[in-house]
Design a protein. Structure first.
Lengths: 362, 304, 341
């Protein structure tokens, strides 16, 4: 079908609003049929990047290719994209059918073809009974589906989603997340999805691009991003409750802080030789070993319980390690008391080690 | 591929400043702006010309002989049918009308709006609704009975209200009430309710909350109300004609009498100077206040 | 709960609960000016005018009723002092002041009134249409992220700060055939050019319209601009992604979404049209002849000049009805429908 390798290609993209740089020489290649999530906190440039891909914002420099064609100077409607907005942006005075067909009618597409596309979209999204209703009479979830439908009828290869679920309540969000994933399985087209919700990102994405200050901090599969964060920012951003960080020294193949010593046996270093230096170690609360399994743990230590936060399925326990507060996630059924002393185990292979200055993974 | 990309589109789309849509857009706006600016320009230039030049020349041309004589005459010696001391009398009359009217109308309306927003009582909504409807009743319907009411109230207290400054101040207060009350009610409603509740829990009452909690937070809305009232009252003609006597006519009435008086030769330059003088106060307020003026005039359109 | 508790609770309740009228007293006191205005002026004075429009009042309002001894009815009642019966006369009321709809018949038989209504119709229709069209068009142009937006807006809105008297006098001068536009164009060589709307009884209303639009469109533009800016930015993005031309987006999507702004604008413009008075006084004083008369001028002349009060009342009542015809459907749509939904 397509002779070129990538569905969407971004080359050296810069965007500045006056003196404020929003995107900094950004490169990104997105494969055909890939579900890519742009993840980051507000103001990181993720929505700006999406708007650039859509052609709604003009870059200051750089190029955008869609299906191998340079679309940098093209109008949004000529780029072969469909877009779903956070506020859905449905035209309130038109029926659902009117909303789905407005763009097609405007492009003077034959009636029969319009009919066919609407029927298909309505079937896929199961909105047939809603076609004659106005957006005002729809629920949030239904509106979201219609908004997806409007992208669907355009019959394009690339779908852009701009935080499409953030206006919905938590339960509905979980349901629609599954629907979007199913839609992708069914259509197998490229989807670029912007969100600030890491659960959405982890569950939906083939690959996640974590952004900060107009740069991509890490691009990788959810697995990579969770287990092997490339820098401290990504490590801190992903995971809830967030990772524990301890500042210390890397000396003779071990992490040392005060009287705590963690030999980094089994840890996959990025480089063959890692010199001694000031480092930060990151340990996820859920990777701390407790209970009977401690016996087999590579490193063991004692810690005093300071605070217990039960959350139902899990319990978050605050202890102190090397004089610093430290979170441990244990099973919700574990019986613990305040000021109890606990033996915990740490597996260095699952920890992350960052250079203190550059915050880059070692 | 990499060689080819050097010549393919990159960065922002090249854009011509003189593209057809731009020419249309700025062209239309410039013509429109010229149309709106023209009368001000004509007023200024005419008022600075001698009468000979006005008769001979073109109203759109700049004066060849600049003179401020018309301004002096308009201010000090222009004649209405009744007297010949120019607009100065009307100006000071307007000032005397303006100050108490603005203070009284804003005081009453701000307390009103505060009561309606925070201290609702039974029937409050009804009175507010009628007040809003009242804003749309043509003034002509109420003009005459108000004369009778002013006379009756004046007789009751033993002084004259109809035909005096006091009467006009009351009339301005009454007719300014709907829009100002709406303005203040909406503003006070938009303040966080927790603030009001906290003050009540602290034991503050109606007036204490108004003066110590609400007022310090309401400076902008008072400025908007002032702009609205100063321009509105300054520009009033109808009430001035009906509720005052010639010696205390406001500036607008005086201006109309000067310009449209049938006696003597028409001195168009003096007329334009007089017109400009009358328009000067609201114009200065308009240009000085900027966005607040827009907010004031748009307040009429904000739904309650 | 113990018995003692119940006792104190009810005791405090007895002490605390003040009679309804005294609750929220400060607020009620503060509202006295508003209540008085509403009752005496907006309701009282309006009703008074409507009632007296059915009388024959000329220089002064006539008394509505006079007592008629002939129609007095004797009513028996017991005298308290000695227990004997007495008869009191309840005086009958009779009025010779009411003349039914005579004033209205005379009103609609007066040529000047008919001309006024016709003028108001033309002025109103044109003013409404042009205000909305021009106001929206200018707002849409200013919305196109242009440079100098503030400067353009300031220039277009400044006439709104000026009084109708000033507006009328300026345009009287510009439209003066001997010195204004007509003369300038003639001086350019077009000897037969005629542009004297204020001196031509056929076109005088349009002369007033030019001035009225100059003064008022700025406000409409501001309202419209606020309305356009209030529309979700994503709507514009969606229409761009679908390749809908800008003008079509305005016409097909933005205008329908701005229905409330249009309704508000119509009401504000409409209320202003009915009241139009100062502008005409300054520009033409109703002339030439009676060709630029307006209802408000008719009312003022009848009430304060011609000593024909009731005629003025009748005319102002018609003005009130006109406003009601505009206002009631609006109030119904604006407030009535919300309750139903």
């Amino acid at each position: 079908m397509n002779t070129n390798n990538f569905s969407v290609q971004i080359k050296d993209l810069d965007l500045a609003f006056g003196p404020v740089k929003v995107l900094r020489s950004l490169d990104l290649d997105i494969n055909h049929g890939e579900f890519l999530v742009l993840l980051g906190s507000s103001g990181c440039g993720k929505s700006t990047l999406l708007n650039c891909i859509a052609g709604l914002l003009e870059p200051t420099d750089g190029q955008i290719f869609i299906n191998g064609e340079n679309v940098t100077w093209k109008e949004p409607s000529e780029r072969g994209i469909g877009m779903v907005f956070q506020s859905y942006a449905l035209y309130p005075q038109m029926t659902v059918e009117g909303n789905l067909t407005f763009g097609l009618r405007n492009a003077r597409m034959p009636k029969a073809e319009i009919q066919k596309r609407v029927a298909r979209a309505a079937e896929i999204l199961q909105i047939e009974p809603l076609l004659q209703r106005k957006p005002g009479a729809l629920s949030g979830g239904q509106r979201q589906r219609v908004a997806s439908g409007r992208a669907l009828v355009r019959d394009v290869d690339v779908f852009l989603f701009d935080e499409p679920l953030s206006n919905l309540d938590a339960k509905l969000r979980a349901d629609l997340r599954v629907e979007i994933k199913r839609l992708h399985e069914q259509l197998q087209n490229t989807m670029i999805y912007v969100t600030h919700d890491q659960i959405e990102a982890m569950t939906l994405a083939d690959r996640i691009a974590i952004m900060k200050g107009g740069n991509i901090m890490q691009l990788g599969t959810p697995h990579e991003i969770y287990n092997k964060p490339l820098n401290k920012y990504v490590a801190d951003f992903i995971g809830s409750p967030s990772m524990n960080f301890l500042d210390g020294e890397f000396k003779g193949g071990a992490f040392v802080k005060g009287d705590v010593r963690l030999p980094m046996k089994g840890y996959e270093f990025q480089a063959a030789q890692t010199p001694d230096q000031a480092v930060t170690i990151g340990i996820r609360p859920e990777h701390v070993i407790t209970g009977e399994l401690v016996a087999n743990a590579p490193v063991k230590m004692e810690a005093k319980v300071e605070l217990i936060e039960p959350m139902g399925s899990d319990t978050l326990v605050w202890v102190r390690v090397a004089g610093e507060p430290f979170r441990i996630r244990v099973d919700g059924q574990t019986q613990l008391r305040n000021r109890e002393t606990l033996t915990i185990g740490i597996d260095p292979a699952r920890a992350s080690l960052f250079a203190r200055e550059s915050e880059v993974r070692l | 591929m990499s060689d080819a990309t050097q010549f393919t589109p990159r960065g922002p789309r090249p854009r011509r400043i003189f593209s057809a849509p731009n020419i249309f857009l700025y062209g239309t706006l410039t013509v429109v702006a010229a149309y709106y600016a023209l009368p001000l320009y004509v007023m200024i230039t005419t008022s600075l010309k001698t009468m000979d030049e006005v008769r001979a020349g073109n109203i759109f041309s700049l004066p060849t002989q600049w003179t401020i004589e018309p301004w002096i005459k308009a201010w000090a010696t222009a004649c209405t049918g009744i007297n010949c001391d120019g607009l100065s009398r009307g100006f000071w009359n307007s000032v005397r009308i303006l100050i108490p009217s603005v203070i009284l109308s804003i005081s009453i309306a701000s307390v009103n709006g505060y009561a309606l927003a925070n201290w609702r009582y039974k029937g409050a909504e009804f009175f507010f609704a009628v007040l809003m409807i009242g804003a749309f009743i043509p003034y002509q319907v109420m003009l005459y009975p108000i004369v009778l009411v002013l006379r009756a109230v004046g007789d009751f207290f033993g002084f004259q209200l109809y035909g005096t400054l006091g009467g006009l101040v009351i009339v301005h207060t009454i007719f300014g009430m709907p829009i100002l009350t709406l303005l203040f009610r909406n503003y006070f409603s938009s303040l966080p309710e927790e603030l009001f509740k906290a003050a009540r829990v602290d034991g503050a009452g109606f007036w204490r909350i108004f003066f110590q909690v609400m007022l310090p937070m309401s400076l902008p809305i008072f400025v908007v109300a002032m702009i609205l009232q100063v321009t509105g009252i300054w520009n009033d003609f109808l009430f001035g004609v009906i509720y005052t006597k010639p010696d205390i006519y406001p500036m607008t009435v005086q201006l109309n009498n000067i310009v449209n008086s049938v006696q003597g030769t028409k001195e168009y330059n003096v007329n334009m100077a007089a017109t400009l003088l009358t328009g000067l106060v609201p114009l200065v307020i308009y240009f000085a206040s900027g966005k607040l003026f827009v907010r004031g005039v748009a307040a009429g359109a904000v739904k309650g | 709960m113990t018995v003692a508790d119940t006792g104190t609770a009810s005791a405090t309740r007895v002490h605390r609960r003040r009679p309804r009228i005294l609750r929220n007293l400060a607020s009620k006191t503060a509202s006295i000016p508003m209540v008085a205005t509403v009752l005496v002026i907006f309701i009282g004075c309006t009703l008074w005018t409507v009632i007296y429009s059915f009388t024959k009042s000329r220089l002064l309002p006539v008394p509505l009723f006079e007592t008629m001894p002939l129609f007095s009815i004797p009513v028996p009642h017991l005298l308290a002092s000695d227990g004997s019966w007495d008869f009191t006369l309840i005086t009958g009321l009779k009025s010779s002041s009411f003349v039914g709809t005579d004033q209205y018949d005379r009103l609609w038989g007066t040529r000047r009134w008919i001309v006024s209504i016709g003028n108001l119709g033309i002025y109103g229709l044109c003013s409404m249409t042009f205000s909305l069209v021009i106001g929206f068009t200018l707002a849409a142009l200013l919305d196109r992220k242009i440079r100098f937006e503030n400067a353009f807006r300031t220039i277009i809105l400044y006439p709104f700060a000026l009084s109708f008297i000033v507006t009328g006098l300026v345009w009287q001068w510009i439209l003066n055939p001997n010195f204004g536009i007509q003369k300038v164009v003639r001086d350019l060589g077009f000897e037969n050019f005629v542009f004297d709307p204020l001196y031509n009884d056929k076109y005088v209303v349009y002369g007033i319209l030019i001035a009225g639009l100059w003064q008022g469109t700025g406000l409409v533009m501001c309202l419209m601009l606020a309305g356009i800016r209030g529309i979700d930015e994503d709507i514009w993005k969606a229409s761009r992604v679908e390749g809908i031309p800008v003008w079509k987006t305005y016409v097909m999507i933005v205008i329908p979404m701005m229905r409330p702004v249009f309704v508000t604008s119509v009401v504000i413009i409409g209320a202003g049209i009915v009241k139009v008075y100062d502008l005409v006084v300054a520009q033409t004083s109703g002339g030439p002849g009676i060709s630029s008369q307006m209802p408000a001028l008719y009312v003022m002349d009848k009430m304060f000049k011609d000593q024909n009060l009731a005629q003025g009342f009748a005319a102002s009542t018609v003005m009130l009805m006109t406003v009601a015809i505009i206002l009631i459907p609006w109030a119904y749509f604006e407030f009535g429908r919300k309750k139903n939904v």
